[in-house]
Every structure is written in structure tokens, then in C-alpha cells.
Design a binder for this molecule. Sequence first.
Ligand SMILES: *[C@@H]1O[C@H](CO)[C@@H](O)[C@H](O)[C@H]1NC(C)=O
Length: 989
Amino acid sequence: MLPSSMTSAFTATLGLFSLTLIYICYHAANDVRLTVSPQGCRMSWMSPSYLLQHEFNSSWTPLAHRYSLWLYREVGWDPNQVMGVPVLFIPGNAGSSHQVRSIASSAARQYFSSPFVISSDFTGRGIQPLDFFAVEFNEDLSAFHGPTLDSQIEYSSAAIRYILSHYPPNTRIIVMGHSMGGIVGTALLPSDDISALITMSTPHTLPPARFDARIDEIYRRNAEYLVNDPTPVVSICGGATDMMIPSESCILPDAGDVNPGSAIYRRTIFTSALEGAWTGVGHREMVWCHQVRWRVARAALELGGANSNVDMAVILDTWLNRNGRLIPPATSIDISEAATNEALPEDMNLVLKKPAGFRTYLLPIPRTLETNTTFVLFVSRGSISSIGSQHSTRLQASPYFCVGRATSPTIQQYSESLSCVPLEPSTLKLLPSPIPGKPFPVPDEGSDESDGVVLFEATVPRIPADVEDAWIGVHVNAAGEDGWVFGGFDKTQTLQSDIGVFDILAGGAKLSLQSVEQSSMRRHITFPKLLSNALLIYKLTPRSAEPTVSCAQPILPPLLVHKSHPAETHYYRLEHDKPVAIHTHASAPFIPLSRFTPSHSSELWIYSSGTGCQDVNEFILTIDWWATIGRIATRYPTILISWSSGVVALLMFHAWRESGKGSMPSVQQSLVTFICRPMPKLLVASFVVALLPLSPGYYLGTRGESFLGFLAPVLLVVATGLVCVSWWFILLLMWPLRLFTRLLPAKSRQYNDQGMSRSTVVSIIFISLLVFLFVPWQIAFIGCWLIHLHTCANSAHRKPYPGSAPSLRSTPTESLPLRERFDGHEQDTQDAETNEIAPSEELEIQDMRRPQGLATITDTLDIIQAHHENTHLLLLMTWLLPLSMPVLAVWVRTLMTAGYTAPFNGDHNVFKVAPFLVLVDCTSRRKSALLSHGKAGSYLHWGYLIVACVSFLLGSREAYRVFDVASLFIGCALVVKFSPVRFARCVAE
Ligand SMILES: *[C@@H]1O[C@H](CO)[C@@H](O)[C@H](O)[C@H]1NC(C)=O
């Protein structure tokens, strides 16, 4: 056995270690937003007004007393009466109806070019302006509480009925939801009234707070709608910048996974891939970020003119999720009409700076072309087949495939015999064009509407055998403004890298690119063996051979594109020795894998006009530990709470087993024994379990990914440290309480607790009734905790040796330092050994010291036992608090905003808290241990093992199960303890 100073040092070290680690994690998590995915968003401006919908009253829904509905009007732009297509905006957790203003204002100002003048983009197309309604939920905390979410769903559903009653029959509404509002929107879904659903920063697949089973219930229903309901749904995600939700949960489950080949439209788009935005967007910023809001508004405006789901899919793809998927048909032109044609020599790229006029450039297709040759064309500040930046200049480029039947020396003669067809693109999208020397994206500004380079890629068609010559014709029509065109053939092979995450750890992560050719416009690198997980962030450092200053700036500086998921694309500026953070949300803890989320895959593309003189030719891949810690920290706070509960359950398992052998150890002793004996074994076991391919709902949620296995022991150590810290915290709370009770005249209740039977039963019935009718059970549990804290503080005071202020080295709950006293070192109690002394020995010694007699000593021992048991129970209840605390916040908020008469449904299940009510009441009236005393204690400890197992395996995904199983077990223990006869005795005691 260790001396107490050393054992205390043990727990102190572990506790401080955990706190330090949590502090570090907090900072690392905060930095992720800035280093991994900085935000570049312009503020949006508007002139808002909100009209309260008085008529939407309790004759529509009883919730009209609690919530309200508003109509947004842009002052000076919108007339006051509704007239167009209705849109309902649903705010999220603690969100406000006013958040509708940015998108609504943008819709008004896009539809009208000046007040009451319809913009030329919309005239004559049968498109109407939008009427934005927003529900006001008084900033309710919907993320923590299923019934609140249910109320919001009910109210929104009634609001849609009310809104549509003001429109012609068969009008359908567009629903937009921010954050948890998207969950409300999805829950409205099997509805003929909703034409489309757009969610922003919504955690679709994983509740951010997992303390309520009823939220999981809503999520289960939503998951079904998302797979089966034909309403088009788009989810816009902010990526790593969003610190409130893990963005992997924002990815919609793919309907195609369950219904193969289904035409159900589900799209997820990360703002880093959203054309024109190309930035991570924070959680709250999502509703006002200008680069996002105008696209959402535009998509909604266009949706108003759509008649079918297919139309809507095309519109949503065009405005929110082009991502290279949707390719508008190219129009055919008569090449002979071009004023001038110009044939280029073979093996030459087309480079036009500030082109002017109306011309067709012909690039001869070499006869010896390999099959995978691609024609690549970039256009800056212009457009290709209507794809271009929002404010593109009048530069138009159209690629064609042309064949000629006669070989003639001059291009004029070609014109007669050329026949051209539009070239079918395989990719057509807008890429960002970061400004050299400036950060990308530019902070607080982001991309401009005129930014961007159009990328056109097409597989070069086979040349028919009867054709002598073939060209790619690029038809350029320009007004001489500041743009450029760059195109050519690209034969780049894919470079497949075998680097895995363990190679990086071993230091072998250098990747040499093939020697750069003059004409190399794009390069493709895949990493099929590299772990691609939301928890892991890589640092990719580009190196160029000889960074010289004499190189001319290429017209298209190298752009790195990282793709890990169809929805997720990240763009980076590629510069010598400027590391970029490669991150993904494709696979992540607790999220089931789907077809599109491979856990080991990444691909990089590099686009560049390449001068060949300063090109990057080497990558160094390392793990960005700081960012990785930050990512892990944001994914696992819940696991710490449930694992700490698990550790406490293990402590109790040990303590109860010891008590079966004779004496119950104090919490401090339990902690030290736990750290010394089972913990090293548990660390190994936790690692081994992490390697098992469990389903993502269990344990770490990592499906046995070996590299992430090391997380389990670290989390276990931190959880144990937190338990130590929580114990100091409890001591700190008990200290003033104890002083306080000592100052009061000794109350007779503690010692004279005979004949309380009636009041016990009455008080329990009264509290149960209160819970049943009014107070949520979580509040009753907090009450139980307070009473039990008081009981423990009191029983510490009752102890026969002088209690002292709590210190780390000696807690007032340590067992009696009897040997020292016997040896005549009575004053030396603080540094005494914490040896567990067999009761017989203890009795003997006590007897010699205290002449009062055996009865008192048994009493004293009982009191110590009871105190140790109570403090253990207090520790468990303390760790169950975080699982019920959120509802307290929700309840208080609801009472404050909706009045004291507002019904607060669904939390009146008395049985969840009843075991604690009885436990707390009985322990407060007893002097001897309740649960560990007697025979029952000898096998009860297995129950704690079950609680521990549930906490460790299930607690991270379904934290509420920890409370349920703990409550169930305490209930069972009480039932076992109080066979009817015994119950009567407890009540009488
Ligand atoms: C609700 O509003 C309508 C229209 O203003 C009114 O006729 C009705 O009486 C109101 N109902 C209640 C319960 O206030």
C-alpha cells in the first residue's frame, strides 16, 4: 500500500493532466476554423421589416400562444401584401426568425432591379417574387429537447396550412431550415404542400446533442423520409469552419444507397465547393454569408417557376450544386460564319490574352492520339456555354469538334469544307482564381461575383477513318475586355500513390510528381491507401525544384483541388513551401459508410497553365497534429461524459465488492485503487476493443480503424482524470455546506429519525405528483442531487474525528487513521496511512481508545460505511447530471419566453427519477449504509459493471442510455434491498 501523500499525488497528477489536455484541445479546436478552413464571406445588407401574422391564432394551433409567424418585407422594394411564391424559413437552435432577412432581402433585390421594376433576368419567364415567412420560436433550445422539436414541427406544419390559405389552391411552399430548423423542415416532409426543402448547416444524420432519446426518434423518422420521399432536398454545409455541428452529419444519406437508381433528388454541397463561394462558412454565418445567400435566394426564385421535380432538380443543380454534374446543351454554330479562322501548329496550346473580336481557333488533333487524351480549356472573366462567373464580361468561348475533308494549305479553304459539332464536355464548372500573394479565401471578403475561371474538359472524340484532318475548334467572341483563354490537349496519366497513414508516421511520405512538361495543364494524384477520416488532417507541403524569382507569373497560377466526396471539394493556392491542410468529412465517427464515402480515398488535381519553370514537383505529406487534435476534440466531448460515468460505475463496482468483503473504501481510496490496479489493463482492453470492427453506433464510432485505436486509451485516461477533478469539485461544494451545518444548532432530524414513515411516503408522493403534472423529471433529479449533496456534507460532519477543510492530500472521507492514533500520534491524522484496516482490528483499537463501548463503535463504523457509500453514489449522480442538465436550460427558457402556463410536454415520466427519489430520501434518514450493507451488497456490484459497459459501448452515440441504465439499476437494487418487509423498515427508520 502506498502512503496517502503519494496516492493523493496520483489522483492530483491525473486530474491536472486531464484538465491540461482539455485546455489544449479547446485551443486546438478553436484554431481549426482559422487554420484548416478560413472563412471569406461578405456581409449582406438589407432594409428589413417584419409583419406579425395576427390571424394565425389559436384557432389554427394551440401553440399560437407560444410561437409566432412573421412575414418579411424589404422596405421600399416589396409591397405589403403577399403576391408571389411562399417560402417558410425555420430557424435553428436558439435561432431567430429575423435570420430570414439576408436571403429574403437578396431575393427581393434580385427579382426587382429597382423598386417595383422586375429585373430583366425574370421578365417574361412566369417567375414570381418570393414571400418569405419565418417562424419565431423564441430562441428555444431545440437541439437538446425532443418535445420542443416536436412542438416546432407541429407549429410549422400549422403555419404552412395558414400561409397556403392565402394563396390560390395547389400553391406549394418552399421550406428553408437553418441548423435544427432543417430537422424540423425534414420532419414536415411527407407533404403535398412542400415543393422543395433547402437546409443550411443542418446535422441530418447525427444529433449534435445526444442526451434525449426522443431526438433520436425524430432522426429515425427523418432518415426514412430522406430516403423515400420524392420532395427534392438540398443540404448546404459549412465544412470545417462550422464549429457547432460536425459537418459530416450535414451530408444527406444518399437515397441511391437504399433505392438503387432512384430518381429522388438529394444533394449535399459544401460551401467550399459552391461556385462563387469557395469558402468554409461558420454555423451562424451561413444565413448571412453573401456568397451563399444570393445563390440560395436565386435558386428559390427559379424554383417558383418550376412545374415538376425534374425541373426543380435542374434548377437546384444549376444554382446550388453544379459541381460539374449538370451540363447545359451547347448550341451549334456555323463555323464558316466566323470572320476569321486561325489554325494553330500541332502541339501548341491556345493562349489568348485579352482577346477581341469574333474568331475560331483550330487546334489540330494529332493522329497518334492516345485514347485518354482530354481537351482542356480555361476561360477567365468569361463564359463557356453560359457557365461563367456571375458578372462575367462579354467573353464567350465555345469548343467544337471539327473535321475537314481536304488538306489545304490555307485556313480560308478549310472554311469551305469544315464541319463542326459542339464538343460534349465531361466537366464544365467554375474554379476559383486565387490572387497571388493574398490569402485564399480573402478574410471578410471572399470571392467577388466576377471571380473565377471556367474549366471545360472533354474527351477528344476518335477521328473517323474516312477523315483526313480533325481539329478542336474554339470559337471565341470577345469584346476586348480583361479576360484570357487557355486550352490544349492533355495526356496526363493518373499518379497513384501508395502512401498510407502508417508510412507518414514512419517518415516515408515524400511524393515526387513526374517531370513537368511544358504543356501539362492538369495533374491527377490519387491516394487509395490513405486513411480519409474527419478526425485526421494532413499537411501537404508543396516543393518546387528551384524557386527562382525570374519566372514569369503563369496566367493560371497552380490551383490544388482536393476531392474526397462528390459533395466536398476544397481549393487551395499551391505555392512553394506553403503547406495546405488536407481534410475531409467523407468518413467520420458515428456516421455509417455509404457508397460515396470511402474511408480510404482522396484525390488531388492540380490545374495550372504551367510555365514549366517554377512548377511544384514534390509533395511532403505529414499529419497536422494540432489540427487533428482540434478535430478530435470537437467530435468526442459526449464520450468524455459517458466514459466518466463508466469509470465511476467501475469505481463503485470495486467499492461494493470490497464492502462485500467487509469495509467500503472511501472515494479517494477507490480512485487510487482503480488507477493502480485495473486501469493499466483497461487501457490495453480499450485499445483492443477500438480495433474491433463494431458498427459506427458503438464505442468510438470508428469501425475499428486501427490508426484511431490509440484514441480509446487517451480518452479513458482523460475520463478518469475528470472523475478525480469532479471529486475535488464535490469536496469543494461540500465544504461550505458542512461549515454551515456545523454552525447551525445540531438538528434533531439527523439523529432522531424515528417515526418519519408518513412524511417519507408523503414527500415522495408529492414530488412524484409534481413531476407528473408540472416539473420535468430532470429537474427532480437535480433536486435529488442537491439533497444528496447535503446528506453527504452532513454525514462528513457527523464523523467522529475532526473534519477538516478538504485538501487533495487528505479528504475528510478517508477511513480512520487508527494505527497512528493507537501509536500515540493522534494529531498526525492528516498524513496518516490510508490502509484498509480489517473491521475487527479497527474495533479493537477503537475500543481501547474509546471507552464508550461496542455499540457506539459499531455505530461509528456504520456511519463511516454509510458516508463512503453515499459519496460514491453522489459521484455517480454528479456524472449523471450533465445528461439531464440541458433540459433544465430548455425548461427555464421555455418558462421565461412562453409564460408559466406553457405546457412542457413529454418529461413527466416519474419512473426515470423515482429510484433516485427513494434512494436520496432513505439515505438522508439513515445512519447505516443502504445498498452495500448486508447480503445484497455482495452481488449488487455486478449491476455497476453493466452500467459501466453500457457507458463505454453505447454512451458516446446514445448518451441518454447511461442515465436509463443507471436509474434502472438503482431501482432494481432498491427493490432487492427492500423486500416489502425491509421497505417498511427503511420507511420506519
Ligand atoms: C383568430 O383570428 C380570426 C381572424 O382574425 C378570428 O376570426 C378568430 O376569432 C380568432 N380566433 C381566436 C381564438 O382568437
